[in-house]
Design a protein around this ligand. Structure first.
Ligand code: NAD
Ligand code: ZN
Length: 360
């Protein structure tokens, strides 16, 4: 047995208001005046000087706003990399992603593709990246995905939704400032927060579980219960706790895997463009047989926060469309093996998946 040798984020700042230190953190990393810092910022912050005015741009530094209506695509990464190369005199000193999972993943992927030839789709998979990425910094503005700690950047390519999983993917620096999450709309807060909760349930009930993952997963699970069920928490405390739950949830799956909800949600995302957070919620709501306790608690949280999930999203799909979703979902073999064990194929049959999708 050989054990995996995982990289971790080497530097992290935690604290309310710590975003103010961004310029001091970056200054020593500037290579020269021709090598800019490129800030990829969630478009929720467009026209919001509260955040952007704190970034001191110098020389050729620039801000690019990232649209978040859709999840990141490989072709979008390629286009951004091309633009940055054309517009900069030299390769950038750093890429700084500020936003949700979409923007953080864009930042990671762009940093990788600036030093690796070819197209982003060529690197979807495990350990295909050859060269070290450009220095990259992640600053989450919504909590839950764990993208700030993970070893992957999830991209939708022409053939699949799959991450670029590599030792060069994790951020070199993360800034965790919960104040940046203060204006997240309630529904989105719930969906992305539940991504974290589902990471914990899938990791803690999976066959890949080990003490490393368990220690992080249990902590994140505990925090989620407080955040989503305890009325006495202050808003600030809840924001700080969710930021750390996201981190621990991400660490938990780093050394194990996610499970059935993520596999089915990837199918919905690939075919229908359903976004990760809400997609996981739609799926998880119907997974009592796999995660009885986790789903019961999820329903309690959903009711408490009066969240209404869309229904009937698969009602009008054709035979071909169902088959596409089922193929994408079943292709994620490690997720199924983690959830159901080595004989997962006897349980997760195409017919079983079809019946689950039909309920959604
Ligand atoms: P997201 O990044 O799309 O953000 C959700 C919405 O919230 C967007 O409309 C965004 O503009 C808005 N938003 C973000 N911060 C805000 C703020 N402070 N105030 C107001 N609005 C704000 O969604 P997400 O759930 O954070 O991330 C989903 C993405 O993350 C998916 O693409 C998924 O594949 C990816 N993901 C990656 C990993 C990983 O390990 N790399 C893990 C899980 C999910
Ligand atoms: Zn997830």
């Amino acid at each position: 047995m050989t054990y995996k040798n995982f990289p971790m984020v080497p530097r992290v700042i935690f604290g309310r208001g710590s975003f103010n230190q961004i310029n001091d953190v970056l200054a020593p990393k500037r290579k020269n005046i021709n090598a800019p810092f490129v800030f990829l910022i969630d478009d929720a912050f467009k026209g919001n000087p509260w955040l952007t005015s704190r970034i001191q741009l110098a020389y050729d530094d620039k801000i690019i706003f990232i649209p978040t209506k859709e999840e990141p695509k490989t072709e979008q990464v390629d286009a951004l990399v091309e633009d940055i190369i054309v517009q900069s005199k030299e390769r950038p000193s750093g890429i700084i992603g500020i936003g949700g999972g979409t923007t953080l993943d864009m930042a990671k992927a762009v940093a990788i593709m600036l030093t690796n030839s070819g197209e982003a789709k060529d690197y979807q998979g495990w350990d295909l990246v050859k060269n070290q990425a450009i220095y990259h910094v992640g600053i989450p503005t919504i909590s839950g995905t764990g993208a700030e700690v993970s070893r992957t950047t999830v991209l939708t390519g022409p053939e699949k939704k799959l991450g670029i999983n590599s030792d060069y993917t994790p951020f070199d620096q993360v800034i965790l400032d919960s104040e940046l999450t203060k204006d997240v709309p309630k529904n989105q807060w719930f969906y992305t927060g539940m991504d974290c909760y589902i990471h914990c349930v899938e990791s803690l009930t999976g066959t890949y579980l080990n003490e490393f993952s368990k220690s992080y997963g249990e902590k994140a699970f505990e925090l989620c219960k407080q955040i989503f069920l305890d009325d006495t928490l202050s808003k600030t405390d809840a924001q700080e706790k969710l930021m750390m739950a996201s981190w621990h949830g991400g660490m938990s799956i780093a050394y194990s895997q996610v499970g059935v909800a993520h596999a089915l949600s990837y199918g919905l995302a690939f075919l229908l463009g359903v976004k990760h957070g809400i997609g996981n919620c739609i799926v998880f709501n119907h997974l009592e047989e796999f995660y009885p306790e986790g789903v019961a608690l999820f329903k309690k949280m959903k009711e408490k926060h009066k969240i209404e999930l869309p229904e009937g999203i698969c009602a009008n799909l054709s035979e071909d469309e169902f088959n596409t979703m089922i193929k994408v979902a079943l292709g994620l073999e490690p997720l199924w093996e983690n959830a159901l064990g080595k004989n997962w194929k006897t349980i997760a049959t195409p017919e079983k998946l079809r019946s689950l999708y039909e309920k959604m």
